[in-house]
Design a protein around this ligand. Structure first.
Ligand SMILES: [Zn+2]
Length: 400
């Protein structure tokens, strides 16, 4: 499975993946998913919101156990974030069939569409639409960097954008959702464990800061006469780092757009996107509030107009305690070991679904802790341990 997936959407220069929603690389990944489903005799379906499902057993029977993740990537992402969960799901099913497992509940493997939000700026579009956390009207307004709207992109990929929206019937069929994911930090590496169980996802959001000044000639405009938004933007980046350090949180300006974007031009606009996450809501509010206050101060000092818009927000997600404990019990059964339970600063479809169905996550060790980069890694042994753990969990949940 890895051999087939590895070349898809890989940039020859960076070695990273560019699998953005509704592009050619995304379509290739989706074809691969369908082939994997059909090769195993699973019933394939794509839902109205662009998520793909592979069913074993009758979906209408209800109380299904669902596992899976996503196949899209961030710009120049790693090979594991997303695909590890989907590949492990198919491999876990193979493992269970090898064990002669008899399923008493329907099982499904899912590939959620547009999880990373790399193209349209909003993460987890497929699962948000399904769970009713994003309306069709809001989704229809999403536009990529080239001015292509989400509906046009979906249409070009052969989907009907008018059909998107909440899908409570589909959610009602799911009794439990378990997402396996490469860890995006070093907790398991530090504790010396191959696999862990998620406790919670930190609240997180994205804010757009628009600093507007005045474009002018970089050679002939006296420093004193400039209204250069880059200066207040730069100071704001430093403020974000300072606020995050003080609060024990994280805050990042990782994307920027500059107009007119000329080497010899003072910018008229600097648009920076802030991503911030913290262990609890109060801390996150403090950090973002502090960054915004600092930005306003700097903007005023330089004669810059500032607009701050919250583009997305996901509150803290506590995974279902009963399911989490059940996972820890299943995984500790043979070894008698305590399975590490850890929080994460990364968002996931599992977090979106947790509002509607009992949801849990398994993490596989990532020795560098690096993610959203080609350096993201998981050792083969650890991936195999992840597949076994997922198989144990699915067996414990769906074969009783
Ligand atoms: Zn992911």
């Amino acid at each position: 499975m890895w051999a087939e997936l590895l070349p898809i959407g890989r940039h020859p220069g960076s070695g990273g993946y560019r699998r953005y929603a509704w592009t050619g690389a995304d379509a290739e990944c989706r074809d691969w998913f369908r082939e994997q489903a059909e090769a195993r005799g699973l019933t394939y379906e794509a839902d109205r919101n662009g998520n793909q499902w592979a069913w074993l057993g009758d979906p209408a029977a209800g109380d299904a156990v669902v596992t899976g993740s996503h196949l899209d990537s961030v710009p120049d992402g790693g090979a594991f974030d997303g695909p590890l969960g989907v590949v492990s799901s198919f491999a876990a099913l193979d493992e269970l069939r090898g064990r002669g497992a008899r399923f008493t509940r329907p099982l499904a493997i899912v590939n959620f569409g547009d999880e990373e939000g790399a193209r349209f700026g909003l993460a987890c579009v497929g699962s948000r639409l399904t769970a009713g956390q994003l309306t069709a009207e809001q989704a229809h307004r999403l536009t990529d960097g080239d001015g292509v709207t989400l509906p046009r992109a979906m249409e070009a990929a052969g989907y009907d954008p008018e059909a998107i929206g909440p899908d409570p019937e589909r959610l009602a069929r799911i009794g439990a959702f378990v997402e396996l994911h490469v860890e995006q930090g070093r907790a398991l590496d530090l504790s010396g464990d191959q696999v862990g169980v998620a406790s919670a996802i930190w609240p997180h959001g994205r804010w757009r800061f628009d600093f507007r000044g005045e474009a002018n000639h970089a050679g002939t405009t006296r420093l004193a006469d400039r209204r250069d938004p880059m200066l207040s933007y730069a100071q704001t980046v430093l403020a974000a780092r300072r606020e995050a350090e003080l609060a024990g949180a994280v805050a990042t300006f990782g994307k920027i757009a500059v107009e007119p974007n000329g080497v010899n031009a003072i910018p008229s606009l600097v648009r920076g996107w802030l991503d911030s996450r913290a262990a609890d809501q109060e801390t996150l509010d403090e950090v973002v509030g502090g960054v915004e206050r600092a930005a306003r101060e700097y903007a005023t000092a330089h004669g810059i107009d500032l607009d701050v818009v919250r583009e997305s927000f996901t509150p803290v997600v506590e995974f279902d305690h009963a399911l989490r404990d059940e996972l820890a019990r299943i995984l500790g059964k043979d070894t008698g070991l305590t399975v590490p339970v850890l929080g994460t600063g990364a968002g996931h479809d599992a977090g979106i679904l947790s509002g509607s169905v009992p949801t849990a996550m398994l993490f596989v060790r990532n020795p560098t802790g690096v993610s959203h980069s080609p350096a993201e890694f998981a050792a083969e042994d650890d991936c195999v341990a992840g597949v076994r753990a997922l198989a144990d969990v699915l067996e414990g949940l769906a074969c009783r």
